[in-house]
Design a protein around this ligand. Structure first.
Ligand code: MN
Length: 428
């Protein structure tokens, strides 16, 4: 009998960016959106029912969520416990204290001995009995160098050398887990990792300085029937033999995820035979309207037309428009606000371009998020006067980023993704 598995990840419950207070409930509307998305996932698991639920990590934006948010999370997962569905909660980087050990925000489920719940805060193999038979789950939580290496071992090593050392060590540890497996039983590797071939959004900033990505070849092992990933917010399938899958986040945290479908994975797992389906769930839309009115006779009219076509009703919207300073008198902000008000939440972002087009570097638009180092390189490429200093500045920037990297675990995803653009602005 095939084991039915629901695999979801990156819940980030408690993200409130782009939200507002719901006057009826007093809660942030984004918290309500995230709870709604999680409810849809748990509904499926309970109604079908699933034989097993795998959560790939990052339950909250940080390791110390407020009680209200913890309760909202617990209320949904409690339904799995009540239904007797075994559940594995893996610890992601956002669930860990930057200086502590283990999954602070999820460890409570083990402390309370919630029936059939397993907390994956260490590299370990769990044999789990489901109504459709036994299955082996290897948990690989988010690891940092202190997980596998001592300070003395890495003394004097460069970041690159440390990350290679870490990968070698991890390889050995995973090999050890594989040897302990019962080859007759289906096996899933549940891992919160950055894989080298993945397409990243905001998550990649969190790895700046850590420099720690895992080669896909470490995961595509015959011993695994499925590799259930967490960490990257964009749903993607990295390999098919075996299937290596990021389900992605269940709701959008920022505009970088505007065009991504959100949902969970549904599996039917037998040894060497896996049926897989990505199930999209309805979530609140993000809409960017970008328009250049700097050459227009009627900038206001052009903006209003763009808003009308923008499908922003109940969406989280932003209007980014290029305008010349001498056109500003032709634009009535009050009317723009009225037109945007059908959105759930919105921002007006005028970019004033001067005649000589030099107020903003053309390569650096707000639409694309650049990592700080690329942004610095782009900036330096336009400053001949700084050419001599370039290598030194890049080196210094790299060092600063590695320093940040050591404590970056606690940084909210959105903050991290917005840092580069703040950097850009201060350059201009
Ligand atoms: Mn993560």
């Amino acid at each position: 009998m095939a084991i039915k598995v629901l695999h979801l990840s990156d819940i980030h419950l408690g993200s409130t960016t782009h939200g507002k207070v719901n006057p009826q409930t007093g809660l942030n509307t984004r918290l309500e959106d995230f709870v709604a998305a999680l409810t849809i996932c748990i509904d499926r698991a309970v109604n079908e029912p699933a034989d097993l639920v795998l959560f790939g990590g990052d339950a909250f934006p940080d390791a110390t969520p407020p009680p209200l948010v913890q309760q909202a999370f617990a209320k949904q997962f409690r339904r799995l416990a009540d239904a007797g569905i075994p559940t594995v909660l893996l610890v992601g980087n956002h669930d860990q204290h930057s200086q502590g050990v283990g999954g602070a925000s999820l460890a409570i489920y083990r402390s309370l001995a919630v029936p059939n719940f397993t907390v994956g805060d260490a590299i370990a193999t769990h044999r789990i009995s489901t109504t459709a038979g036994d299955i082996q789950i290897i948990t690989l939580p988010w690891i940092t160098r202190s997980t596998l290496l001592t300070k003395a071992e890495t003394e004097g090593f460069s970041m690159m050398e440390v990350s290679q050392f870490l990968i070698d060590r991890l390889q050995v540890v995973i090999e050890g887990e594989i040897r302990k497996l019962d080859p007759q039983l289906p096996t899933i590797l549940l891992a919160h990792v950055m894989v080298d071939t993945a397409t990243y959004g905001a998550e990649r900033f969190l790895a700046a300085g850590k420099g720690f990505t895992i080669p896909l070849s470490m995961l595509t092992r015959e011993a695994f029937d499925y590799v259930a990933l967490g960490h990257v917010h964009r749903h993607q399938i990295l390999a098919t033999q075996p299937l290596v899958v990021y389900p992605g986040s269940i709701e959008r945290v920022d505009f970088g995820e505007e065009n991504e479908a959100k949902g969970y994975c549904w599996l039917e797992v037998e040894r060497e035979n896996v049926k897989f389906e990505f199930c999209a769930i309805p979530t609140r839309a993000f809409r960017t309207i970008e328009v250049d009115v700097s050459q227009s006779e009627d900038p206001q009219g052009k903006l209003l037309k763009a808003i009308q076509k923008g499908k922003i009703e109940q969406a989280i919207a932003r209007l980014i428009y290029k305008v010349r300073s001498e056109q500003l008198a032709q634009i009535d902000d009050r009317v723009l606000h009225e037109a945007m008000a059908i959105a759930h939440n919105y921002a007006l972002i005028p970019e004033v371009v001067s005649q000589n087009q030099r107020t903003r570097l053309p390569e650096l638009s707000t639409a694309e998020a650049l990592d700080p180092l690329t942004a610095l390189k782009t900036y330096l490429s336009t400053r001949e006067d700084l050419q001599k200093l370039e290598p030194e500045m890049l080196m210094a920037a790299q060092e600063l980023l590695s320093e940040i990297g050591l404590n970056i675990d606690g940084i909210d995803m959105v903050e991290a993704s917005e840092k580069p653009s703040q950097l850009l602005i201060s350059f201009n």
